[in-house]
Design a protein. Structure first.
Length: 243
């Protein structure tokens, strides 16, 4: 399969199971949305996929190649990018230099940089001087400069004004339409589901629900039930789609 596929994927931290036997498919050409309450294991899952921390069980495949034992650098070379929480930038480098250090080549850096006109205007500004929204754009541009085939996005909206989130969200839809596999972990559920194809809800480290994004967007009470209780109401029509 082209894209990312997890089978029985599990992750422990300090000997405690955090993510348990997750099955997940993130095809190229689609935005796969992952939702869930705080503490559900979403960030841990993404960190294990990208190689920041080890998985404790199951398999992860990227474009058909198993990556469980691959280093983070090798996963990146195979086409995996990870936009982590926190908007970490190299403050002493200029905006463009931040993108250039991660780029496959200068052309890739220029292409990624041009995605955000706001950054083009601040090309020679030190990254530490950028606003929070501009720093988030910079982190995304840096990931895109690696020319990934699959990208993991962890809570892009954290700490940002809703107007900035609405500015950034369509980027993932466009990239998916161009053939990228996008796994989007997001707290703004309505905005994420509006651009998504498939949606998963993680609860207590397990997939509590998998459904088409448009169907889940239309069932806000069901989504609230999964967040609060870890399961769908007995009369939900989404029960047949639940993992």
């Amino acid at each position: 399969m082209e894209g990312l596929e997890l089978s029985g994927f599990s992750v422990d931290r300090a000997g405690f199971p955090i993510v348990r036997k997750v099955d997940l498919v993130v095809p190229r050409g689609q935005v796969t949305v992952m939702l869930g309450p705080n503490g559900a294991g979403k960030t841990t899952l993404l960190e294990a996929i990208s190689g920041l921390i080890p998985a404790s069980g199951g398999t992860a495949e990227l474009d058909g190649a198993k990556i469980n034992r691959a280093s983070r650098v090798k996963r990146s070379r195979l086409g995996l990018a990870h936009v982590e929480q926190g908007r970490a930038v190299f403050g002493e480098l200029t905006t463009f230099e931040n993108v250039l250090v991660a780029a496959k080549d200068r052309d890739a850096a220029e292409e990624a940089f041009s995605t955000f006109p706001e950054l083009v205007q601040r090309r020679d500004t030190l990254a530490r001087s950028l606003s929070g929204g501009e720093q988030q754009m910079l982190v995304i541009a840096r990931a895109l400069a690696m020319k990934p085939s699959t990208i993991l996005v962890d809570e892009m909206s954290l700490g940002l004004a809703p107007v900035i989130v609405r500015r950034l969200m369509p980027i993932w839809r466009r990239l998916a339409d161009e053939g990228m596999a996008v796994l989007l972990v997001e707290q703004f559920a309505a905005l994420a589901l509006a651009i998504g194809d498939e949606a998963y809800v993680l609860s207590r480290g397990e997939v509590a629900l998998r459904a088409p994004a448009k169907d889940l967007a239309a069932r806000t009470e069901d989504l609230r039930s999964v967040y609060l209780h870890g399961h769908l109401p007995a009369d939900s029509p989404l029960r047949g789609a639940s993992a």
